[in-house]
Design a protein around this ligand. Structure first.
Ligand code: AMP
Length: 536
């Protein structure tokens, strides 16, 4: 290898964020903070309290809640072995169902290696030490020791001959395989693809049904889905959501939750906000509608694309969601759920709409609005905003009355929404409503040892008064310092040189117009305070 090639190889790898994830950087993070702060403020005025949830949960929680047939669960979850005992599954696979596929010596080795793996996993806390698990491990071990003894009594040739198994040995080997299958090796967790399931899990786990109902919670944080990344769609993205659990399913609750999101968007001055409403019925009327839809879809199956054809079987409602141009004409002729709601659902839907009108919330009915998650029933809604292209949904939500029960809790009403924070931010930026002030208030241009000490004290006092201050760590010529202050977008430069320090009069330069004035220390603070009050 040439020296050049060797050097090239040594060059350290440059890392990049994993596909579909990204860094959020200043100054944009200031906007993220503003959005989140606004959520805290608005949601608390509606009586919601914040819940902070784990980022991973048992995979089964999402499979059960979101639905086994949904894209999210089927192909988008990041699941992993919680105990790191995945290697044991491989060793278990090495033990054949039919022992005679191996020689007695090979079979003995396969089980021995599996049991050694079990010992290692137990020592290193990679296996659940439940009583049941420990008992079945012990039983496997004993059965193995008995078989091992019997194999050891064979001569060398027999040990290495697959046809020398006795019936007794085969029976006990098969029993060992059965026992090994019973050992619970790992438990799986997944990075959360959404948070409603977690909120319901927490509601049950902490007995929140004992609290005054309904319980109103909100959350914010990252979610993870293995989707194809594009603008507005990431594999790690952020949601801000809220849930109302327990109490009644009064239509006013649905309307108030929607009013709260709309108030939040309004406060942020989100542009082009459009609320779409629908009711997708309940356990009573939806299955009948779905069957009717399926029957109608089967009649036109040949005209549909592959995705929709598949969904006729798995989830016909999702066909209504299709954006495929060629399917739009067909979808327009399909039966509409609004015409097939049972009496209770129809009354509930009408009352939700009335309640929205009482609150001055403008909506559009969209009979094709169905959601990608199984748990929704009755009220469903989606909010879109401008500047987002095809991924223009910033919020989705709906009612999910059966979910807590499905997760092992008491029958509980529930409704909530999730806002896509990445998209919300994108839309605010695109429409020019994402501006945040990030420049420093004061840049301290100091020169000389004495001035340095004064500058440190001045920075401390100004920061205490709430001003953002840049204090250069090393002495700079005034010209350079002022240039730096300009680049950082500072409003003022505070000039501290020997003269200023000995006179006790500090020079403040307003960078926008270049004007300069001298102040005593207390006057300066007062002046800055007054200016700040004037500009806010
Ligand atoms: P869902 O949990 O699927 O109802 O989504 C609620 C909202 O989260 C959507 O309206 C989007 O704004 C946002 N969202 C969902 N998936 C993604 C993603 N992969 N990247 C960015 N935002 C997303």
């Amino acid at each position: 290898m040439s020296e050049g090639a060797a050097k090239k190889e040594e060059k350290p790898r440059k890392f990049q964020a994993v596909r579909g994830t990204r860094d959020l950087l200043p100054p944009e993070t200031a906007l993220w903070n503003r959005v989140e702060q606004t959520a805290h403020e608005i949601f608390s005025t509606f009586g919601f309290g914040e819940i902070r949830l784990p980022v991973f949960e048992p995979t089964e929680l999402f499979a059960r809640a979101v639905g086994g047939e949904t894209d999210i669960v089927n192909k988008e979850m990041y699941a992993f072995d919680l105990h790191g005992s995945f290697f044991l599954e491989y060793r278990r696979q090495e033990i054949p169902r039919y022992p005679e596929e191996l020689t007695p010596a090979e079979y003995e080795q396969a089980i021995r290696e599996f049991l050694e793996g079990i010992d290692f996993a137990l020592q290193s806390e990679r296996l659940e030490k439940t009583g049941e698990n420990l008992a079945v491990i012990e039983e496997t071990r004993q059965a193995f020791q008995a078989l091992q003894k019997s194999i050891q009594s064979l001569d060398l040739q027999q040990k290495n001959d697959g046809s020398s198994w006795s019936v007794e040995q085969l029976n006990s080997a098969e029993k060992i395989k059965d026992l090994a299958e019973k050992i619970k090796l790992g438990s799986y967790a997944a990075l959360r693809p959404e948070a409603t399931a977690s909120v319901c899990r927490a509601y049950i786990e902490h007995g929140m049904q004992q609290l005054p109902q309904p319980v109103k919670l909100y959350y914010m944080g990252p979610m993870f889905r293995r989707e194809r990344p594009q603008k507005g769609r990431y594999r790690q993205f952020y949601q801000i959501g809220a849930e109302v659990l327990g109490g009644s399913d009064a239509p006013a609750i649905d309307a108030e939750v929607i009013e709260m999101v709309m108030t939040f968007f309004d406060r942020l001055e989100l542009q082009g906000v459009q609320l779409d409403m629908n009711s997708i019925g309940d356990r009573n009327c939806r299955p009948k509608y779905v069957e009717l839809l399926r029957a109608e879809l089967l009649k036109v199956k040949d005209k549909l694309g592959a995705d929709s054809q598949r969904r006729i079987e798995t989830n016909p409602l999702r066909v209504l969601d299709s954006k495929l141009e060629s399917e739009q004409g067909i979808i327009a002729t399909l039966p509409r759920i609004a015409d097939h709601l049972c009496e209770e659902c129809a009354a509930h839907y009408a009352a939700v709409k009335h309640q929205l009108e009482m609150r001055g919330v403008i909506y559009r009915e969209n009979w094709r609005l169905v959601r990608g998650l199984d748990y929704y029933m009755r009220t469903t809604f989606e909010i879109t905003a401008q500047g987002l292209g095809s991924q223009n949904a910033v919020c989705g939500g709906g009612r999910y009355d059966g979910l807590v029960e499905l997760l092992g809790g008491p029958p509980t009403k529930g409704i909530g929404f999730a806002i896509g924070e990445d998209r919300l931010i994108l839309s605010l930026l695109e429409s020019g409503k994402g501006a945040v002030t990030t420049g420093r208030d004061v840049y301290i241009a100091w020169m000389g040892e004495r001035a340095h000490a004064t500058a440190i004290r001045a920075a401390k006092d100004l920061r205490k008064a709430g001003f953002s201050v840049e204090l250069p760590p090393v002495e700079q010529k005034f010209g350079k310092a002022l240039g730096q202050a300009d680049k950082l977008g500072a409003k003022y430069a505070l000039i501290l040189g020997d003269n200023e320090v000995s006179e006790g009069l500090w020079t403040l330069k307003t960078l926008a117009d270049g004007s300069q004035a001298k102040f005593t220390e207390p006057d300066l603070l007062e002046h800055l305070r007054r200016q700040k009050a004037l500009s806010s």
